[in-house]
Design a protein around this ligand. Sequence first.
Ligand code: GLY
Length: 398
Amino acid sequence: MMKKKALSLMSLKLIVLVLSSIAWGQQSMPLLIQENFDFARDQYKTLAKHIPADKMPQNYNPETGKIDARNIEWWCSGFYPGSLWLIYEQTKDPEIHQEALRALKVIEPNKTFTGNHDLGFMMYCSFGNAYRITGERAYKDVLFQSAKSLTTRYRPTIRAIQSWDKNKYWECPVIIDNMMNLEMLNWVSDNGGDKKFKDLAIIHSNTTLKNHFRSDYSSYHVVDYHPENGTVNRKATWQGAANTSSWARGQGWALYGFTMMYRDTRDEKYLKQAEGIAKFILNHPNLPEDKIPYWDFDAPLIPFAVRDASAGALIASALLELGQYVKAEEKQWYVEHAEKMIRSLASNDYRSKPGENGGFLLTHSTGALPLNSEIDIPIIYADYYFLEALKRYKDWYL
Ligand code: GLY
């Protein structure tokens, strides 16, 4: 009886939502979300046909019509399996399921990889989703091993996890992106694994809080440390327009990372930081009307600079989570912006046409403009965070 009543209340709520958005002349979010997951299912069946068995799709080059598939050690190898799991969760499509299982097997050897800090991206987005959806014990073991591998990069002198190895540019670099890898450490500690992993995530976050941010809550991309004594060598960029600029995806990683750290620790200083970053992004005079950032908030040539749809997708996903932790007024502000970003990404301005772009969902992402790499094209992580944003909206706001 109670169940029936709850069900009919839910359907009533859904009907009201659908009708009110029809009245506003735009697709309702329930329909938009459903339509995008169906679209993703069909696109990813196309994508699956065009990648070598031992590699993961990275991007699509519209000029050559070719998909760039990369070795599993590339930092993005978890996004394709992760996207497949997110699509499978919503569609229960058996072909997508098979491909998700296959892709997981291909990247599993990464669990012992220690060559950089990207294990969280690679293994939590993939095996983390797979475990959440299936509860398969073997996936948990992979996550435990991956977290252990990641912690080999913790450097006590700098009180952080080293992002990249020493090279001709950097002594001991830590990039803001690294905040994203901490989620796996927290998860393992909170789910029966080594408790020290979360301690390291907290120490890393505190060091990042101290050294990566400017007074307006924008973030440097790279902080390079002296490994022998832990002092800061320099603050700079690798993928941004300038050392002092605000690289768009970096601001997104910061927002997502500190929101996640608040979720996992309930430490108010992380929430305050996330809110400061959100305000920096959303109030920025260079944030375009459609809310999809240029590749850098200080990019030369704005308003003619290229966009980064991946930054839009990941910021939308992060804002939806941040909305869970704040008072009603702020929540509405964050969710309205996230919805606007999702609607922009789902529009013809950013979304592929059916069957096009090799099967990728979104175009207009920018990987590393100063390195002349992946400019204004479909890139796998934009798809992943777009799907995650759709799921979060559905789970939390419908
Ligand atoms: N280094 C990860 C990124 O390009 O965002």
